[in-house]
Design a protein around this ligand. Structure first.
Ligand code: DQA
Length: 145
């Protein structure tokens, strides 16, 4: 079975308790279960990881990237600033889809810029947890065999 890395950045461990109008009411664990179930139907297994630390996200990508087939990542606020994460994603050479629960284009000006999206094949924004299902479908279409 092909492995998809399912990665969340800073503060996303608090989903369920964060601003519900932006992020919905599901916890990260609810979302991971939902994605794992859907991934199975597409023939993928999911390796989930969350960290509040940029370097830990890079370490995870370097360690698990060579064994994986694709990436779904919500980098949290690192989206808007982390060239480090951009490079780490690029270095995996894997198809990655960036997901945002909220619509980053209709919030503060600074959220409109994603420095990580250019290292990804697609970005899904503003669809709450449904965005992760869409990301799985994008990967399914883009991963051969
Ligand atoms: C987010 C959007 C980011 O701007 C924010 O910093 C987050 C969550 C989202 O899922 O909508 O932490 O990535």
């Amino acid at each position: 079975m092909k492995t998809i890395l399912f990665i969340h950045g800073p503060n996303l461990n608090l989903l369920g308790a964060r601003e519900a109008e932006h992020y919905g009411t599901k916890t990260l664990s609810d979302i991971e279960s939902l994605v794992k179930e859907q991934a199975k139907k597409l023939g993928f297994e999911v390796l989930a990881f969350q960290s509040n630390h940029e370097g830990a996200l890079v370490d995870f990508l370097q360690k698990e990237g060579p064994k994986a087939s694709g990436i779904i990542i919500n980098p949290g606020a690192l989206t808007h600033s982390s060239y480090t994460l951009h490079d780490a994603l690029r270095d995996t050479k894997l198809p990655a889809v960036e997901v945002h629960l909220s619509d980053i284009n209709s919030r503060e000006e600074w959220r409109r810029v994603s420095v990580t999206a250019p290292a990804c094949i697609a970005q899904v924004s503003g669809k709450k947890e449904e965005g992760y299902i869409e990301a799985l479908e994008v990967l399914h279409k883009n991963i051969q065999g």
